[in-house]
Design a protein around this ligand. Structure first.
Ligand code: TXA
Ligand code: MG
Length: 362
């Protein structure tokens, strides 16, 4: 970006639990005027704009370098506010909102005429989320408009879970960064399409398939299974782009337990022929302690997908900053939040890249 095109980004530090309205007011005003404001949510930091203002929404795509065919999530703070934005509210959506909102759940519903085309990338559906984070909620209420917000990273980079992650990607491109500390979940929301007969999980997150099944009594079907059985045509444009990529190459060490995974990581390390300082590791302490690492980030003593997910994006960015060429991350079993964790890790490792579609992300 040219220096002359840069704008001054103000960083405002607020209390995560009880943000002061006087600190948030100018950012809320900026949102009303069509400017961009990054703010914390319980999942990741979002890059917000007035969802009803097409020029403001266009500015999100510009600041992120995001492809225009990848739709945005609209954030509101009450179920009443959702009704204005959708055409229909199926019973399953009411059940899911009641059980998991406010929280890390996004529902894809058929859109109302109020939503600009740019928000949905021309789809006839809109993704809606009620965040739980007090700063997000207060900012949206003060702005008085629904807020369209993708994750506040440059396209293709790991999602931001700390204010400095946002600053590293977007400083000079957006008006405000509200620093509300670390995001408690650290992985983006579970996205569920509820426009058909069965709820379809388009992106796994901290609300798990099992939890959705318990609430709705209907078995959710993952994208992969859907694509294979061609029951429904999944439309989740974001899935095809490159995501979560640090500069370093990411390798995943999978295996039945931390010792087996560390053994695998050890053999990968030997084959890389790099200096010890050029390789970073991420995993639980039982995994990390078995490796001859100089650069390492541990999230806890034992394998624990919630804790791993909370730290994953921060670890990728921190290891990147330390200058390593390769990051070896511990794989975890794919159940519960482990599904979301492995989904992000595999994408960071590039395992899901489709040839010819490697340009960029969400
Ligand atoms: O936790 C989160 O969801 C964060 C915070 C800021 O709320 N937001 C976030 O937004 O992760 P983003 O734009 O990075 O990811 C949104 C995902 C993309 O994969 C996009 O393709 C999908 O949701 N999506 C949005 N609208 C959709 C729609 N109408 N139909 C299908 N997928 C949609
Ligand atoms: Mg994103």
């Amino acid at each position: 970006m040219c220096k002359k095109d840069q704008i001054q980004t103000k960083i405002i530090r607020v209390d995560a639990d009880r943000p002061d309205d006087r600190l948030l007011e100018s950012a809320a005003m900026a949102l009303r005027k069509g400017r961009l404001v990054a703010f914390p949510t319980e999942t990741v930091y979002g890059l917000g704009a007035n969802a009803l203002d097409p020029a403001a929404v266009a500015a999100i795509f510009q600041a992120k370098g995001r492809p225009g065919d990848n739709p945005l999530i609209v954030h509101v703070t009450s179920i009443e506010a959702v009704y204005a934005l959708v055409d229909a509210m199926p019973p399953i959506a009411i059940q899911l909102f009641a059980a998991f909102s406010p929280g890390p759940l996004t529902l894809v519903l058929s859109r109302s005429a109020l939503i600009p085309d740019l928000v949905t990338a021309g789809l006839d559906t809109v993704a809606i989320r009620l965040p739980a984070h007090p700063v997000a909620r207060r900012l949206i209420d003060l702005a008085g408009v629904p807020i369209a917000a993708p994750s506040a990273n440059r396209s293709g980079r790991p999602s931001p879970t700390r204010a400095w992650h946002v600053a590293a990607d977007l400083e000079g491109r957006i008006s405000y960064i509200i620093d509300g500390g670390d995001c408690p979940f650290g992985l983006e929301s579970t996205v569920v399409d509820v426009t058909g007969n069965i709820p379809v999980v388009l992106r796994p997150g901290s609300v798990t398939n099992q939890e959705i099944l318990e609430v709705t009594g209907v078995l959710t079907v993952g994208r992969q299974e859907i694509a294979e059985s061609s029951l429904v045509t999944p439309r989740s444009p974001g899935m095809k782009y490159r995501h979560y990529a640090p500069r370093a190459k990411v390798l995943v060490a999978e295996g039945p337990d931390p010792v087996a995974r560390a053994k695998f990581a050890g053999s990968m390390t030997a084959n890389l022929h790099l200096l010890p300082s050029e390789i970073g590791y991420f995993g639980c302490r039982r995994f990390i302690n078995l490796l001859p690492a100089q650069q390492k980030v541990a999230y806890g003593d034992e394998p624990e997908p919630e804790l791993a997910g909370r730290l994953l994006f921060d670890a990728l960015r921190r290891l990147d900053r330390s200058g390593v060429k390769v990051i070896i991350a511990e794989g975890l079993p794919e159940h519960g939040v482990g599904i979301a964790y492995m989904n992000r890790l595999r994408k960071a490792a590039g395992a899901w890249l489709v040839k010819g579609e490697e340009d960029d992300d969400q």
